[in-house]
Design a protein around this ligand. Structure first.
Ligand SMILES: *[C@@H]1O[C@H](CO)[C@@H](O)[C@H](O)[C@H]1NC(C)=O
Ligand SMILES: *[C@@H]1O[C@H](CO)[C@@H](O)[C@H](O)[C@H]1NC(C)=O
Ligand SMILES: *[C@@H]1O[C@H](CO)[C@@H](O)[C@H](O)[C@H]1NC(C)=O
Ligand SMILES: *[C@@H]1O[C@H](CO)[C@@H](O)[C@H](O)[C@H]1NC(C)=O
Length: 452
């Protein structure tokens, strides 16, 4: 196999220049100057303070890439945010060598290589700092790295702004797309040639990201979805990254909960359907209700409909026209129907009510049954809801998923939710017995009808 670092030399096969838009209106020019001045002041403010790393305040990320397990990593200066919510940590905690060599305190660009034909490079995370490239596999630096960018990616400039992998058939060949200012380079991994492309409608990206087979260019705290082949941006962009890629409870005044929740990439906390088939899904401070029959989707704050629960529920199941909602070690019970009324005397300890210690990961009841199936730490338990006192019995291991976000059961079987996907099983029994994951379904698209 041809070694990665001794490939053929690049050939610039096509060259285009990017179009420049004329600034016609003076007020716009003035506004832009003001915006730039403010952005500059803001940037310096951040630098000076050093520690302002609240991603819900709208910060611009330096680089974004998924790790080997598909978890997004957002890099900002010498810090790293893992996943869609939570605090930043120092990047050198996960990637020690990144600062040994440079002390630059930031990553210019990052991507996860997709190149199945070459197992020595497939799934590696590549980081670009200045004129160097680092390759990691499972947080370990690959032998021989860091290397010069010009050695590993001949024809690609130093001091990049962004990079993103583009496997075929999303691109014609397995490629990496590199961004520097307004220049865009398609690097074909197989023959190491470079195509410089003109993506006229695209903003200058400060980071770029492939997620669920879609391509996103981040600029400031906004993002635009683009077609990796043509660079076309279709639809209403840019959008605020905090709405779709971060879990921020209250950052804007507009109350477009439906749009955000329908299309959010953040995983759900819990989901259930009531006796008539209406779905309730919970995520952070919000919940989504999808009505059976007319497919109407409504989203609002948890606070507004389930005041006592406030936010961030762990598991929800429906039984006998009530919603059983578990948060930490407490069980809340609401009667279904507008408005949802919280039963007197609740919350009560999960242990006392269900015979199992909270918190739990997920729970569901199948129609016409009295068994609540409880998922906790890779095991499933059964709780007979008609018994007193209730006890958790029939403990059995779940082999196919390390973690379950939520699960629900309907006439068609069990749906199990993890990350951005759900999986369908005929029954609780086939779920537990499964040894391989069935077909993935996208939550945003297939359950909530988000078309982007
Ligand atoms: C990681 O980076 C921080 C700040 O940039 C530094 O203080 C610390 O010593 C570094 N840790 C390691 C293990 O390199
Ligand atoms: C994009 O980068 C080019 C080159 O640096 C610059 O001239 C242009 O103003 C930038 N566009 C935006 C919208 O920042
Ligand atoms: C490299 O691959 C690309 C994409 O298949 C092709 O267009 C290009 O001509 C190839 N270049 C060379 C030098 O073989
Ligand atoms: C959809 O159906 C639910 C009841 O299932 C009803 O409350 C709601 O008003 C309906 N919405 C529309 C737009 O018809």
């Amino acid at each position: 196999m041809e070694s990665w670092s001794h490939g053929t030399f690049p050939r610039i096969s096509r060259l285009w220049t990017r179009g420049h838009h004329e600034m016609k209106l003076l007020p716009q020019a003035l506004f832009l100057c003001l915006a730039l001045a403010l952005a500059w002041a803001d940037h310096h403010e951040h630098r000076r303070k050093g520690a302002v790393r609240d991603r819900c305040k709208g910060i611009e990320m330096d680089a974004v890439a998924v790790n080997e397990e598909g978890i997004p990593y957002f890099f900002k200066e010498d810090h790293l945010f893992k996943g869609f919510h939570g605090q930043a940590e120092l990047s050198n905690k996960s990637f020690a060598e990144l600062d040994d060599h440079h002390h630059l305190g930031h990553v210019d660009a990052a991507f996860r290589m997709h190149y199945e034909d070459d197992p020595n490079h497939h799934d590696r995370m590549f980081f670009f700092l200045d004129n160097k490239v680092f390759a990691y596999y499972q947080h370990k630096l690959e032998a021989g790295y860091p290397k010069a960018i010009s050695e590993v990616f001949p024809g690609i400039p130093d001091h990049l702004d962004a990079a993103v992998e583009c496997p075929k058939p999303e691109c014609v060949e397995d490629s990496v797309i590199f961004f520097k200012k307004n220049e865009i380079f398609h690097f074909y991994v197989k023959n190491k040639t470079v195509d410089e492309r003109d993506f006229r409608s695209m903003p200058n990206c400060t980071s770029a990201f492939r997620f669920m087979e879609h391509y996103y260019c981040f600029h400031g705290h906004k993002f635009s979805k683009f077609d990796p082949k043509t660079g076309e941006v279709r639809g209403k962009y840019p959008k605020d990254a905090r709405k779709f890629f971060m879990r921020c409870s209250k950052f804007d005044e507009d109350n477009d909960h439906e749009e955000r929740e329908r299309c959010s990439r953040v995983h759900l906390d819990a989901i259930t359907s009531d006796d008539t088939g209406n779905i309730y899904a919970f995520r952070g401070h919000h919940y989504i209700r999808k009505d059976e029959g007319n497919d109407t989707l409504k989203a609002d704050t948890i606070e507004s409909a389930f005041k006592e629960l406030h936010s961030e529920v762990d598991a929800v199941f429906s039984y006998n026209s009530h919603l059983y909602m578990i948060k930490d070690d407490q069980l809340f019970v609401y009667r279904v129907g507008e408005p949802h009324t919280h039963l007197a005397g609740y919350p009560k300890p999960v242990q006392a009510e269900l015979g199992i210690k909270g918190p739990i990961d997920a729970a569901f009841v199948c129609q016409d049954r009295h068994i609540a199936h409880i998922i906790k730490d890779r095991h499933m338990y059964d709780v007979d809801m008609s018994a007193t006192p209730r006890t958790a019995t029939n403990k059995r291991p779940i082999s196919i998923l390390k973690k379950v976000d939520g699960a629900m059961c309907g006439p068609g079987g069990v749906k199990v939710f993890r990350g951005n996907h759900y999986y369908h099983f005929e029954s609780p029994k086939t779920f537990v017995a499964a040894r391989a994951l069935p077909e993935q379904h996208r939550i945003s698209l297939e359950l909530f009808g988000c078309d982007h």
